[in-house]
Design a protein around this ligand. Structure first.
Ligand code: GTP
Ligand code: NA
Ligand code: MG
Length: 290
């Protein structure tokens, strides 16, 4: 990629941790919204993708359900994630899903930031959480380690600005860049059929600019961007690198983890789609040898 075409892009930050440790609440606080209260039983069922503006810089967050199987999660967000926030409730301490999240974030060599949440609770025990995390390879910079910690409360807002600042600093270190003029490419993080809207997918733009009218290929299917809806539910005309956006215009339900790639024309998209479908058919027809 020619250096001068690269522009700084927002970091993609995935929030992980045990069930009910406050992942969605942290995002709600940043967005001044109330996603949690709209969730059935307060349980996150899917990955939400949202942007927050901090000092004029965009930060893209992926919310994840605490109960999800991590391998599934990984297919969804891990390959595009820059920074993982491990959320641990200060009263509960580390739990099985916390350990899972740490293990996978480390394995994928992601930058990790720890948010010790619920620090407002009288039953919170931050020192205990810190030593539990140290035992699992996450040592706070306060004690000579290399992991940034924030002691927060999504309820009262305590140290929440500090957490955003830590994310912004880590993003700066990572020097994240993308070319907004390149061929558009986006990763599918979620796909579903929405009554009245049809097949839709939430994607994160990786490079280029996704525009209404853009023909594309996604896995073995062609499509054309009919509309783009941002994280606040507003229709938009285009989406730049790092931006999460809901795309309407898929021919078929795409697979999570697939990448959508801009094509020059609908005709080219369709012809590539039939090539790919034919290739898949041949694979299926091939006699299976033991
Ligand atoms: P899953 O998505 O189901 O894994 O949960 P989550 O990690 O997104 O947790 P969620 O944000 O749904 O919060 C769980 C409960 O903890 C809710 O009742 C929140 O109101 C509460 N909670 C979240 N953050 C705080 C906090 O900082 N302090 C206190 N006291 N309660 C909190
Ligand atoms: Na919850
Ligand atoms: Mg949640």
């Amino acid at each position: 990629e020619p250096e001068d075409l690269l522009k700084t892009r927002p970091p993609i930050v995935t929030i992980m941790g045990h069930v009910d440790h406050g992942k969605t609440s942290i995002l709600d606080y940043f967005r001044k919204s109330k996603v949690v209260s709209g969730e059935a039983g307060g349980i996150t069922q899917h990955i939400g993708a949202y942007q927050v503006i901090h000092n004029d810089q965009e930060i893209t967050f992926l919310d994840t359900p605490g109960h999800a199987i991590f391998s599934d999660m990984r297919a969804r967000g891990a390959d595009i994630t820059d920074i993982v926030i491990i959320v641990v409730a200060a009263n509960d301490g580390i739990m099985p899903q916390t350990l899972e999240a740490i293990k996978h974030a480390k394995k994928a060599k992601k930058t990790i930031i720890v948010a010790i949440n619920k620090c407002d609770l009288p039953s919170s025990n931050v020192d205990r959480v810190k030593s539990q995390l140290a035992e699992n390879g996450l040592q706070t910079t306060d004690f000579g380690g290399d992991t940034e910690f924030a002691e927060v409360s999504a309820l009262t807002g305590k140290n929440m600005e500090d957490l955003l600042e830590l994310i912004a600093l880590q993003a700066e270190v990572l020097e994240l860049k993308a070319n907004p003029k390149a061929t558009a490419r986006a990763a599918v993080i979620e796909a579903r059929v929405v009554p009245g809207r049809g097949t839709t997918a939430t994607v994160i733009v990786e490079s280029g600019t996704l525009k209404v009218g853009t023909p594309f290929i996604c896995g073995p299917y062609a499509g054309k961007v009919r509309s783009l809806i941002n994280d606040r539910g507003a229709a938009i005309k285009s989406a730049h690198p790092g931006m999460p956006v809901e795309v309407i215009g898929f021919e078929e339900l795409p697979n999570v983890g697939d990448h959508l790639t801009e094509m020059k024309s609908e005709r080219e998209a369709k012809s590539l789609a039939s090539e790919r479908q034919e290739a898949q058919r041949l694979v299926r027809l091939k006699p299976q040898h033991r």
